[in-house]
Design a protein around this ligand. Structure first.
Ligand code: NCD
Length: 304
């Protein structure tokens, strides 16, 4: 990796991505070979928003590399409630750790903190902004199941507030991928993201109806409506339950379609899909461990 801090998927070149995914594949093939590589490394976890997968897979990843994690805990149990600023907390925790992982509700938080700390800072989600480490595990899952070039992907759901969507879309501009965005009108991609994608020459189309593209897709990436980001609960209610897939929806899909979801899901994928060959979302979540091991391995190696 060329960069110590990873705050946005825009930073990632094709070579950066491939080197992390290749390392993750080596780890997947022989995890024990990496078990001792970062014996004294400590990872600092600062999560100002709920997390299950991201936090636990980072923790598992550093432990499987021989290191350990220190966790700020919940906002309520930390000095944040005493009025400590984000920058101060980060400057303190960097003294305890070799790298920091930050999740925060404000867009731009990770970029801001990266100006204050010397250890590598990994953005684990900044509001509706970016989630680049999720993207790396998404790309790993896509590469394993469908291949990253000559890819036709549908990205469906909350494209406005979904940070995993923004990061994935940027990263896919490094590959030969046709990106079809499917959402209700009010949840379309933010103008800035659409502009950047067009500017990069990416092949991008927008739809309000999945049926228009489903039969051409190699991958369908479904996301939940980001209820917590809506300024007004009525706006959320107006779109809740607007889209989703079940076995009937998938009748026109190709047999080898890969269905992904960053999780957690609410009601956008019916549980009856879970037992089919389409369902790849639990495998995707499990890929968080080798991919985050690979990323940490590279960052901590470069830091030595
Ligand atoms: C995502 C997130 O936090 O943005 N979750 C995750 O990290 N897997 C997606 C979501 O919360 O909908």
């Amino acid at each position: 990796m060329r960069h110590d801090h990873l705050t946005s998927a825009k930073q990632l070149s094709r070579a950066d991505i491939e080197s992390v995914l290749d390392r993750a594949a080596e780890i997947d093939a022989d995890p024990a070979a990496f078990g001792d590589r970062h014996r004294d490394a400590v990872l600092g976890l600062c999560f100002y928003e709920p997390s299950t997968r991201t936090k636990m897979s980072f923790e598992t990843a550093i432990k499987r590399l021989g290191g350990d994690a220190v966790d700020m805990g919940t906002v309520e149990s930390s000095s944040v409630t005493k009025g400590e600023s984000l920058a101060d907390t980060a400057r303190v925790v960097e003294g305890y750790a070799d790298a920091l992982v930050l999740r925060h509700p404000s867009e731009g938080a990770a970029k801001m903190v990266s100006e204050f700390v010397d250890v590598p800072l990994l953005n684990a989600g900044d509001g509706a902004g970016h989630h680049p480490t999720q993207t790396l595990l998404d790309l790993y899952t896509i590469r394993e199941n469908a291949g990253l070039d000559d890819l036709t992907i549908g990205i469906m759901g909350d494209l406005k507030y979904g940070r995993t969507v923004h990061s994935l879309a940027y990263a896919l501009t490094n590959f030969d991928a046709d990106q079809h965005f499917v959402s209700p009108e009010s949840l379309k991609l933010p103008r800035s993201v659409r502009y950047d994608l067009h500017d990069s020459g990416a092949n991008v189309r927008e739809h309000t109806d999945l049926d228009a593209v489903l039969s051409s897709l190699d991958v369908l990436y479904v996301t939940r409506i980001q209820r917590e980001r809506f300024p007004d609960e009525n706006e959320y209610r107006a779109v809740a339950g607007e889209y989703g897939i079940d076995l009937e929806t998938l009748e026109s899909a190709r047999d080898d379609l890969t269905v992904m979801h960053p999780l957690p899901r609410v009601d956008e994928i019916a549980p009856e899909v879970d037992g089919t060959d389409y369902a790849t979302y639990f495998e995707q979540a499990h890929n968080g461990v080798p991919v985050r091991m690979a990323l940490l391995d590279q960052l901590l190696e470069a830091d030595r």
